[in-house]
Design a binder for this molecule. Structure first.
Ligand SMILES: [Zn+2]
Length: 300
């Protein structure tokens, strides 16, 4: 996407400057120069123009290409094995992500939480576990919710120890939060931002690598609920799951494809989002979905 914009820009400019160079060289024919100079001067001017173009236009083209920030969010961890493999892949590519922690998963996996902070990732709160009483659609009591939230924060605190806990709070004064099952309302705290997602790897635990890659890059199968990352563009939030065995094995293809399209991987919260808010509404559609080709020009 960004690369093709740059290539088109450069080609357009090269053609323009070749024409200008040839025109600029015409006076050589008018002057009483030797045949040798009359033949060479237009081409010398053309080459000079291309050199100037290369030095000046590339940075301009790249700066004009759209920013493409991508937020990977992994839910339901930490899980020994799968989360380790996910972290290995992220480290290999130098990619940062956000892990939405289930408090009940922390005990016995404290080392994974420490590694996540040490390697520059962010931690979000995903409550204690996926119980119906805390699903946003089941209108849970505020008292229960706040207790589940705090229990998870306490588990994170115990796992990290004081030094990493301090780093975590400095890095994330406003915490990303994700409801188990997604949300219809924002979580009732002003120091969190409630994140749903625009792109989902899958809701299934047993799924192929190919399916995850396709779901993320191009959306769910035809007629599905979700559009892929390229339909959403900048600031897209992607939902993945730690316990899904295929997640780690799908990540290299996803990351390589996104990097080739200029993606910058960042950690939640997104800088423009407001504390206490729920910036992504489940069921919303990308801008291109309202256009005649329904985002198909951004698929495959
Ligand atoms: Zn979950």
């Amino acid at each position: 996407m960004n690369q093709s914009v740059t290539v088109n820009f450069v080609l357009e400019q090269v053609i323009t400057w070749v024409i200008i160079g040839l025109i600029a060289g015409i006076p050589a024919y008018k002057l009483r120069m030797s045949r040798h100079y009359r033949l060479c001067l237009p081409w010398l001017l053309t080459v000079l123009c291309i050199i100037v173009l290369t030095a000046t236009s590339l940075p301009r083209a790249q700066a004009s290409a759209a920013t493409f920030r991508v937020y990977l969010g992994f839910d339901d961890g930490p899980v020994a094995g799968p989360t380790d493999r996910i972290l290995d892949v992220l480290k290999r590519y130098g990619v940062k992500a956000t892990f939405f922690i289930e408090g009940s998963h922390v005990a016995t996996n404290e080392d994974i939480l420490r590694r996540e902070i040490q390697e520059g990732h962010h931690l979000g709160n995903h409550l204690w576990l996926h119980e119906l009483a805390v699903m946003s659609t089941n209108h849970p009591s505020t008292a229960i919710l706040l207790a589940r939230y705090q229990a998870t924060q306490d588990a994170i605190h115990r796992a990290l120890g004081e030094t990493l806990w301090t780093i975590y709070n400095q890095e994330e004064p406003v915490k990303p939060f994700r409801w188990p099952g997604g949300a219809v309302v924002a979580f009732p705290r002003t120091d969190v931002i409630t994140y749903n997602w625009q792109v989902s790897a899958t809701a299934l635990s047993i799924v192929s690598v190919k399916r995850i890659v396709n779901n993320i890059l191009y959306g769910s199968p035809a007629g599905g609920t979700y559009y892929g990352v390229y339909a959403w563009g900048d600031e897209v939030v992607i939902l993945l799951h730690d316990p899904t065995p295929a997640t780690a094995y799908a990540l290299p293809s996803v990351i390589e494809n996104l990097l080739a399209h200029g993606a910058i991987f960042s950690t939640l919260p997104r800088p423009e989002d407001t504390p206490g808010a729920m910036p992504i509404v489940i069921g919303s559609i990308p801008v291109c979905a309202r256009q005649p080709d329904n985002c198909t020009h951004l698929s495959r």
